[in-house]
Structure formats: structure tokens, C-alpha cells
Design a protein around this ligand. Sequence first.
Ligand SMILES: CC(C)(COP(=O)(O)OP(=O)(O)OC[C@H]1O[C@@H](n2cnc3c(N)ncnc32)[C@H](O)[C@@H]1OP(=O)(O)O)[C@@H](O)C(=O)NCCC(=O)NCCS
Length: 170
Amino acid sequence: MTSTDRDDERRVEPAEEPVGVAPIVAPYGAEDHGVVMELAASERLPLEPDAEVRRGHALLWVVRPAARAPAQGYLLAWRVADELELLHLVVHPAARRRGFGGALLDELLAHGRRRGLGAVYLEVRVSNEGALRLYRSRGFREEGRRRGYYADGEDALVLTLPLSRGPVPG
Ligand SMILES: CC(C)(COP(=O)(O)OP(=O)(O)OC[C@H]1O[C@@H](n2cnc3c(N)ncnc32)[C@H](O)[C@@H]1OP(=O)(O)O)[C@@H](O)C(=O)NCCC(=O)NCCS
């Protein structure tokens, strides 16, 4: 990590203005703390939002259905050199299949492309069919498998999407 990288990523840039009823993706704010902590806990994901916000290389975003509505999901990603590592992507169980997760992911891909970054990486449980379908719909491909990656012994698939070439159909 160079100082240039840190400077470049010091602030999460605001998401573009929503069109119609599209979900609104925006940087995490203090008002989102309770919801984001609940979502992280529901997935047993360790998260310290304030510490992440202070990291130069972290992106912590929330998604909401309308301005000032409560957040329905969040994303945490780190920029590592010229790549993005997607660490958390969580949508409230009652709000799933309404495009919130896809909106967060799409904003991350757009962010990486705007900066000319090389790829996005993530790990996902082999059994997480919903998430796998979401990632594959955006062009992610399996790059490897980490055996016993999770505390319960389940394997992780390592997925990657090269950003320069854009999403691959199918
Ligand atoms: C994975 C997750 C973030 C998806 O969020 P979401 O808001 O439901 O996703 P979207 O509504 O944007 O789904 C987009 C597409 O992904 C696919 N998809 C998402 N969830 C799916 C599911 N449970 N089953 C099948 N396909 C699914 C579908 O193709 C869907 O499009 P469709 O609804 O038009 O068919 C959400 O299920 C979640 O928070 N899961 C628990 C945490 C988790 O597993 N995170 C990923 C860890 S790597």
C-alpha cells in the first residue's frame, strides 16, 4: 500500500443520484450504525464501522430504498494495491431479492472501473447459492477454493472479476 493509494481512497465518494425507484447507495454515516451492526451480527461478521471509516483503503457503504429511509444492507470492501477485496455484503433478510445487494455490488464495480482498478476478489461459502448466483450474474468467475476456510470447516470459493474487461455475459 503506497501513500498515493491511501490518499486516493481516503474518502468514499457519494453514489450517483438514484433514478426512479432505484436503491440509493451512499457512504455509511453515524445514523446507520445500529442497522449495520445488527446486519453484521446476524451474519457473525466482525465489524467496527468507525475504524473502517478511518482506514484510507476501506469502502463502507449502505443501501436504502429512499433518502432518509433506514439502511437495508451494507457493503465493506478494501482496496489493496490495484484490486478491490469485497469483505462483507449483507442485506436484511426481509429486504432480499429486491435489488439491494445487486445495487451495492454494482456500485463497487463502477467505483473500481472509474479508477481503472484491475479486479475484484471475494470469498463465498460453497453452499451460498444465492450469493453465487448474484456474483455470477455480474460476471464473477471461480478462481480457486480455500479448503476449510470457515470456522465450521466449510470451503470457500474465491471469485474474481477482472474490471478492465467488464462483466462477462452468461
Ligand atoms: C447475498 C445477498 C447480499 C443478496 O442480496 P439481495 O438484495 O437479495 O440481492 P438482489 O436482490 O440484488 O439479487 C440479485 C440477483 O441475485 C440472485 N440471487 C440473490 N439472492 C438469491 C437467492 N437467495 N437465491 C437465488 N438467487 C439469488 C438472483 O439472480 C437475483 O436476481 P432476481 O431476484 O431478479 O432473481 C443476501 O442474500 C444476503 O445478505 N445474504 C446473507 C449474507 C451473504 O451471504 N452475503 C454474501 C457473502 S459472500
